[in-house]
Design a protein around this ligand. Structure first.
Ligand code: ATR
Length: 279
């Protein structure tokens, strides 16, 4: 019997998850289909009940439901609980289990791209919202040399730094100070929406003081290369856009549903083809 999976969110029509997951099913000849479901907040509870009653194998959860969905699930994985958000639900014979694969997806993506350990890296995280929390928490749990969080609203950077400092040496800086002290960092990660289409000319901070050889990553993939990444590349930095994190969070979700490794490169190719880029 065909097994149904999907993603719920609002808006959802531009989600690349169906393209990516169906590429994996085709590659592995799985008799499954993956659909994008537009779900408004008022319908979230009944949508989650629908996963159970209709027997969907699992779903991804995206904006704006990652936090609110938790109350409707039967079991929350400890990491998702700590992050406070769920992006993957497994329907285990009617028991709905919530996970978060975003942060670990990012760490996997970064490790693949850097090609070596992150234990000796000093990392600057720009932003302290939901995306930043998953990324910062998973990087600090992995164990980095030093992490600094900067954010427009400093109190949120401080709160996140306190959480992360349980696992790795973490502090926070104002945006102005982070910009001034940029040369201290080996890796900079933009987790904010600054530079996302249609605001192509915006950057979260100036790269004037970027250290030679530093690596710059942006969670945004629309545009494919943000102004931040273009400027970093022009300075000779290695760069990574949001495609790698997107693909790896999807691959980790796939593994939770099917208990087997996902065809990561096939998934990535399908996303890149759809976006019409290369990086
Ligand atoms: P997400 O789930 O995508 O992380 P979020 O939780 O709303 O979304 O967080 C958005 C992040 O981008 C925050 O760090 C936010 O800064 P504030 O905490 O000060 O709001 C940051 N952000 C968004 N737009 C910004 C802007 N124009 N300038 C500076 N920071 C911005």
């Amino acid at each position: 019997m065909n097994q149904v999976l999907g993603v719920i969110g609002s808006p959802i029509s531009h989600s690349l998850s169906p393209v990516m997951h169906e590429a994996a099913y085709e590659e592995l000849q799985l008799n499954c289909s993956y659909h994008a479901f537009h779900v408004e907040s008022t319908q979230l509870k009944s949508a989650v009940e629908g996963v159970r009653s209709l027997g969907l194998k699992g779903i991804n959860v995206t904006i704006p439901h990652k936090v609110d969905v938790i109350q409707y699930l039967d079991h929350i994985d400890p990491l998702a609980e700590e992050i406070g958000a769920v992006n993957t639900i497994v329907n285990d014979q009617g028991v709905l289990k919530g996970y978060n694969t975003d942060g670990d997806g990012y760490v996997y993506a970064l490790l693949q791209r850097i090609g070596k350990t992150l234990h000796d890296k000093r990392i600057l995280i720009v932003g302290a919202g939901g995306a930043a929390k998953g990324v910062a928490l998973c990087l600090s749990k992995y164990g980095v040399k030093k992490m600094t969080i900067t954010n427009r609203t400093s109190s949120k950077a401080e709160d996140l730094a306190v959480i992360c400092s349980q696992y790795s040496d973490t502090d926070y800086l104002s945006l102005g100070m982070a910009q001034a002290e940029l040369a201290k960092f080996d890796i900079m990660i933009n987790t904010t929406s600054i530079g996302m289409a249609p605001n192509f000319d915006q950057m979260p901070l100036s790269l004037e003081n970027l250290r030679k050889g530093a690596f710059v990553s942006d969670l945004i993939y629309n545009p494919y290369k943000t102004k931040l990444l273009i400027e970093a590349e022009n300075k000779g930095s290695g760069i990574m856009n949001g495609v790698d994190m997107f693909v790896h969070q999807g691959a980790l979700a796939f593994k939770k549903w099917f208990n087997k490794e996902a065809p990561v490169q096939i998934m990535k190719n399908s996303v890149i083809k759809h976006l019409g880029g290369s990086i």
